[in-house]
Design a binder for this molecule. Sequence first.
Ligand code: DC
Length: 508
Amino acid sequence: MQQTILKTINDINKWKNNLEDNINFVPTMGNLHKGHLELIHQSNKDGSNETLVSIFINPLQFNDKKDFKNYPKTIEKDIKLAFSSGANAIFLPSEKEILNIKSLIYQKACKKLSSNLCGKSREGHFDGVCTIVFRMLKIINPQKMFLGEKDWQQVIILKNMIKKLNLKVEIKSINTQRDADGVPFSSRNNLLTTSERKDLQFFSKELKKAKKNFLVNKVINLEEINNSFKNKNLKVEYLQHLSAFSLNESIDKENITILAGAILCGSTRLIDHVFLMKRKPIIAIDGPAGSGKSTVTKLIAKKLDFIYLDTGAMYRALSWFLIDQKISYENDNILEECLKKLNIVFKTNLNSDQDIFINDICVTNKIRSQKISSIVSSIASIGKVREFLVKEQRKIGDKGGIVAEGRDIGTTVFPKAEIKIYLNASIDERAKRRKIELEIQGQDINFDKLKDQIKQRDLDDSTRNISPLVKAEDAIEIITDNYTAEQIADKIIQIFYEKLPKEIKNDF
Ligand code: DC
């Protein structure tokens, strides 16, 4: 395999001109350790792209001149390690090449994300990171950039910058790599004395212990952890428990949080963290009828081994029951009394599909009739009905590990779902799918009539007063025309894994 060293932007451009594949970019500041090597390895494994590793000690991200001067420099060793780990090319620019240009565009890191944790004491650090990464992205134009989750705040800030500037690069984050004693690999570890290393070990162990306790009692007692550091005379710069994505301090309603800290070992500053999760993740899938929700949701549940929740089936089952039992559901009191005695459950059948039971009656097929389809929207718009079913749905999703489909999952049922997807498709495509579905069930219906029915149901679902069908603010819209259910399910699973820290994958 050709191993290329590139020193100037000119070199990069010439190299790019001869490339057939896209570029995976691994930015580093050198003194490569196993954490970097894992990034290179993962990049190399990821498709056919060329892996370009940059080694550049960025002066803009050091607020302390001494720290910059002392930062370990091991270029010759780094080159060998990068190539033997799978790098196709190494970019080794001079400071002049990167920074001495009139048109250098300085970037500001998002204030909210950079005001806590390392941003507290390292004034301008993240602005420097953003400026250099932006510059590198402009020079290299990679398809993917690989970053280590050890610097989770940096990952979050760079993701934010990329989104804000609408840059076309995918961030792949890789979980923190640790040494046998539990300490995360870091270029600065070389600077530690034996006793300083022991301090760092203790720090990492305490974070791990806090995570173990959290699994049982779901609380983090910062004071207690800080006391254990004090007893060991550790110089803790910060220890914070924040939302993992917004890095906010208000975490009561947050599911995934981060307990992160920095300690001073002599004059060396080191960081570590653990991710915490109150319940397993939730995937919310909303969208109009025929957008492909059911097939896609079922596939995702199977692939992730998550619970599959079809909330539409619950509205249908309830509608069937009210009609079958001739209950005057327009009367609030009668409806309320009826709901008190209702029991809706899903059970897996012999075909590994789900059956739905209402008061022990299996209604799986009955709820798909035209009669139910035409009445369900109006019953689903009754406040008491929604209140009852939303409560039932939340009970099912209480522990997470669920993928739920409906109309109000991301907005009402699970507003704190880890990812929210809004599936949509053209009316023609949706009617086509519904027609095939109905034909399989032996029902024949005129295509135009079906289209009108779908339009009417869209209108009813999106204009009702309570929990109308709307795309949640933070939902990702996917148009499913011309894609198979398998493709859409894989895309959603990819979005899901990209959003979550890789480190918590072992926790669910
Ligand atoms: O997805 P479906 O066609 O089986 O849903 C049946 C009806 O139930 C649909 O008209 C809208 C309603 N519904 C709802 O209001 N809220 C949900 N979460 C799910 C379905």
